[in-house]
Design a protein around this ligand. Structure first.
Ligand code: PEP
Ligand code: MN
Length: 264
């Protein structure tokens, strides 16, 4: 198994433009749930960069639970992310939903995200195995650690060993939080695999005020990075406003994480 520590004992470090994922430094991926318009993505990108984020995230093709909610800007969203990236120097992370978009993503995106809902879309994973772009693979909503690693294996088996794992909470009986952050998955994944592990405290909880304590917890249990949703006006966000940090709250969080991790 290529994802296994038995295949490779040292930690994998993935180089993306001027950034590294894995290794000593904590990677911070920040940005809105969805790209909504030029001003929104640019102002968020500038602000999170100023606060110390290493990557800009933002959804263009959105996997929404209801077909009647905002589905993302699609191609225009990718163009706006590219523009924000050119203006700030931040590499971009965005989700792919379809095999038909692979060429477009290879050309325009720095890290291709596979969302929780597509973790077991084996045809998509197999196609992503044929390219070299780093893939941020999110854990499925009810996937075991073994299933998660086997999905990473689908990508790696094809020849793309640039996989980043992302724990984003799993579905349990608890309804207070959107999902339940499986903190034990982090040391488990680090033991079983050499791949970098990122934690998404935003989708794990669905609650912005839980992002800080769970970011600290994730660092304590060995996460290589965090993916955090940030919005300039969460009350008006077109998706996931409840779990998005305001720009100043994100800046404040970054200050609080400094004593706990190497940030730059
Ligand atoms: C996201 O990160 O934008 C997202 C939709 O997350 P998940 O796939 O974890 O639900
Ligand atoms: Mn979201």
């Amino acid at each position: 198994m290529k994802a296994s520590r038995l295949y490779k004992s040292e930690d994998t470090i993935i180089d993306v433009k001027n950034q590294k994922i894995g290794g000593k430094k904590l990677t911070i991926i920040a940005g809105p749930c969805s790209v909504e318009n030029k001003d929104q993505i640019l102002s968020i990108a500038k602000s999170v960069k100023q606060s110390g984020a290493n990557f800009l995230r933002g959804g263009a093709f959105k996997p929404r639970t209801s077909p009647y909610t905002f589905q993302g800007l699609g191609d225009e969203g990718i163009e706006l992310l590219k523009y924000a990236s050119e203006q700030t120097g931040l590499p971009i992370v965005t989700e792919i939903m379809s095999i038909n978009h692979i060429d477009q993503f290879v050309e325009n995106v720095d890290v291709i995200q596979v969302g929780a809902r597509n973790m077991q879309n084996y045809e998509l994973l197999r196609e992503l195995g044929k390219i070299k772009k780093p893939i941020l693979l999110k854990r499925g909503i009810s996937a075991t650690i073994e299933e998660f690693l086997l999905s990473a294996e689908y990508i790696m088996a094809g020849g793309n060993e640039n996989v980043i794992l992302c724990e984003r909470g799993i579905r349990t009986f608890e309804k207070f939080t959107r999902n339940t952050l499986d903190l034990s998955a982090i040391p488990a994944l680090k033991k079983l695999s050499h791949l970098p592990v990122i934690v998404d405290p935003s989708h794990s909880t669905g609650l912005w005020w839980m992002v800080e304590p769970l970011s600290k917890a994730a660092i304590s249990v060995g996460a290589d990075g965090l993916m955090i949703e940030v919005h300039n006006d969460p009350e008006k966000a077109l998706s996931d406003g409840n779990q998005s940090l305001k720009l100043d709250k994100f800046a404040n969080l970054m200050e609080k994480l400094k004593p706990l991790a190497q940030l730059e």
